[in-house]
Design a protein around this ligand. Structure first.
Ligand code: FAD
Length: 141
């Protein structure tokens, strides 16, 4: 039983590039052993993360992440049972914002900004799928 979960959150002010790297490193260290894959995007103080894997490990990880004091306003955007993973290649990939085409953001939102709070979960998932298709995700698994 595979599920895909996506949430958004707002980073606390303490989150800088080093802190972000620490979160990604920790995710890459922890996620393979529980069979969770996914992608993390961080832009203008907003996290957007997709987690895929078994229902129990994804649920447990989401609950753990939601309690992390490095972010707040954690909002569940999407949760679904899936037949196959879309992000199987990444224990925790990271969106390369340098390669993010503003036109891609404009395709899905009113302004060329990543604001998952302003769009539907469906739209954020569609954006993620395009990021994968356009190879805008960096970092080995
Ligand atoms: P330890 O690393 O030993 O941490 C023990 C405790 O200390 C935990 O409660 C942890 O939250 C807290 N802690 C650790 N470092 C810091 C710090 N610098 N500041 C404040 N508190 C801290 N973890 C994953 O395993 N996989 C993920 O995909 C993942 N995604 C994340 C996405 C976001 C946006 C954030 C903010 C965190 C994410 N984390 C992820 C981290 C997660 O919230 C836990 O911190 C981590 O899983 C704890 O790892 P651990 O069990 O090995 O404990």
């Amino acid at each position: 039983m595979l599920v895909r979960l996506m949430y958004a959150s707002r980073a606390t002010e303490s989150v800088n590039q080093d802190e972000l790297m620490a979160i990604v490193r920790k995710s890459k260290a922890n996620n393979p052993s529980i069979g969770v894959t996914g992608v993390l995007c961080f832009s203008a103080g907003i996290f957007l993360q997709v987690l895929e894997g078994g229902r129990s490990p994804v649920s447990a990880l989401y609950n753990k992440i939601a309690q992390d004091r490095r972010h707040h306003d954690v909002v569940l955007l999407s949760y679904e049972e899936i037949g196959e993973r879309s992000f199987a290649g990444w224990s925790m990939g990271q969106v390369n914002l340098n390669r993010l085409n503003p036109a891609l953001l404009l395709k899905y939102s009113e302004r060329p900004e990543l604001d998952p709070y302003a769009v539907s979960g469906k739209v954020s998932l569609a954006l993620f799928s395009e990021l994968v298709a356009t190879a805008s995700i960096v970092g080995p698994s």
